[in-house]
Design a protein around this ligand. Structure first.
Ligand code: V47
Ligand code: SF4
Length: 371
């Protein structure tokens, strides 16, 4: 071990990582509380390289947010609106297909990522028709749609169990679930930041049911508001436990809270990029059974996202194209990136860009036949 590592307050934890030992809740808390970002990053990079070598994955995708109307109105959310409020919108199925169509000639995305608010009156058929219409128009494109929170809402609207709801959505074309809506599972935190949202245990139950139906998913943690180190470690451990049970999670994405225009803006405190790097690195260390940790560059900013690739992240997410959730909360990043930009940003870090599809299969582009 480097002598600097040997002197670190987390030297014993780094030794456990080197020995491939599983970290405990207490280890997680100590990592989040430690200021030795170099040692934490070094250990996380070791795990990243063990699992994914020098590869950094990216995906050619397009986000679509079909409606911002939401009955939950979480306090950290600047995106949602109530029905009839200024800025509230709802896209018809035809509009969703047209939005996807806009760019397809120029950007042959392999994934559509669709999330929205919990619209109180849209019928169940809206969701199945949206998926069927997209699948008919883009048969090659993977539809990653609806967070666990939306799934529970859609099931309620359709008076169905979450299992039956997901079975029907899958039949209509649903390919996998994004990781949103997890926030922080601890009930005291949830009560303060999103009192109307489903409980953490219910989020986990929807994911368990999805995995049992053969639907893979991602998982997230929204950090940087009222949560403490214990809440973060608890969140990661609950995810790790479910992953031990189902193996259905593909990637974990730490989401940095953006406070502008939210009801938690008064909590915004100047925070260094170190907390962001720590969230990536500690996730990589605690979630030893998650194949990938993704840095969502939209929320990190491009330069810090590059650094995160040396702190445990192995996935740079994608082209995205259009992003409203974080931009309404003050994100200063672009809404989308070109493939050339993403490849360049990854290459600048000394890692190798690898295009993947949603399920992390490497995408190869056949050369055009000449003559
Ligand atoms: O569930 C809402 C978060 C999520 C804010 O699965 C906010 O690959 C920061 O889950 N500041 C939706 N975050 C986005 C999401 C996601 C994004 C990228 C990739 C994947 C994936 C999933 O955004 C919400 C919530 O946790 N969010 N408001 C805010 N003010
Ligand atoms: Fe609605 Fe999701 Fe925003 Fe919460 S985070 S208010 S559930 S759109």
């Amino acid at each position: 071990m480097y002598s600097a590592l040997a002197r670190s307050d987390i030297a014993d934890i780094v030794e456990k990582v080197q020995a491939h030992e599983r970290l405990s809740f207490e280890d997680g808390v100590r990592l989040f509380e430690s200021n030795d970002i170099t040692a934490i990053g070094c250990a996380a990079d070791m795990v990243r390289r063990r699992l994914n070598g020098n590869k950094t994955y990216y995906i050619v995708n397009r986000h679509i947010n079909h409606t911002d109307v939401c009955k939950n109105r979480c306090k950290f959310c600047a995106y949602s609106r109530s029905e009839g409020e200024d800025g509230a919108y709802m896209m018809s199925v035809a509009e969703v297909v047209a939005r996807a169509e806009e760019l397809y000639q120029d950007l042959k995305f392999t994934e559509l990522h669709i999330v929205g608010g919990l619209h109180p009156t849209l019928p169940f058929e809206y969701y199945t028709e949206m998926l069927s219409a997209l699948r008919a128009r883009f048969p090659e494109v993977h539809l990653q749609a609806f967070t666990a929170v939306e799934i529970a809402h859609i099931a309620e609207i359709g008076a169905l169990s979450v299992e039956e709801c997901m079975r029907r959505l899958k039949e209509a074309g649903l390919g996998s679930l994004p990781g949103g809506g997890a926030e922080v599972f601890a009930p005291e935190v949830r009560n303060r930041i999103c009192p109307e949202k489903m409980a953490g245990d219910d989020w986990l139950s929807v994911m368990r049911a999805a995995h049992n139906l053969g639907l893979r998913s991602n998982a997230t943690m929204l950090y940087g508001h009222v949560e403490n180190a214990e809440d973060r470690a608890d969140h990661l451990l609950r995810l790790r436990n479910l992953q031990d049970e189902t193996g259905g999670f593909m990637s974990f994405i730490p989401l940095r809270f953006h406070a502008d225009n939210t009801n938690l803006a008064h909590l915004a405190r100047p925070r260094s990029g170190i907390d962001d790097l720590k969230s990536v690195a500690v996730s990589r260390l605690m979630l030893d059974n998650f194949p990938h940790v993704k840095v969502f560059w939209i929320m990190f900013g491009l330069k810090l996202a590059q650094v995160a690739l040396s702190f445990g992240a192995d996935d740079f997410d994608g082209t995205v194209v259009e992003e409203k959730i974080t931009h309404r909360a003050g994100a200063e990043t672009p809404e989308g990136l070109t493939v050339a930009d993403i490849r360049r940003l990854i290459e600048e870090t000394g890692t190798a860009p690898v295009e993947r599809d949603t399920l992390y299969r490497e995408v190869t582009h056949e050369e055009q036949a000449v003559g």
